[in-house]
Write a new protein. Sequence first.
Length: 149
Amino acid sequence: MSGGISSSGVTVGANRSTVKGDFANVGEESGIVAGAGGYHVAVGGGVDLKAGVIASSADRDNNALSADHLIYSNLDNVSKASSSGYGLSVGIGFDGKVSAPTPSVSQPAKEGDSGRALATLTPGTLTLDNQKQDLSGLNTDLGKATCLA
């Protein structure tokens, strides 16, 4: 609510503004990143890569993962915000005359950005005894582990 007084009368107004936002982001991915010697991981149970990384700079022949099964999922990074506003004001003169209501509308604004943190396993020998999830969509390029959507 706002108001004002001038030499000719009084102005009264009301405004409403709304701002909404949402943000979720993976700042750093966890995992194992080996050098030229490769990775050699043996797990008694399953491996769950939630946007995690098992990678190396070695040739695929130097990388090995042995586990009961491997499941993976990617995580979405999201940032979005919006704002809007509107109002109405009316003036009342000292002579008793009421001016026509004056609406006001703020310029609505929106912004958004998104990306993904990808579960990543660089190529190697996989020994998975009870594999159920299809691994064809699993990212194998460490350079693309985090990307814009």
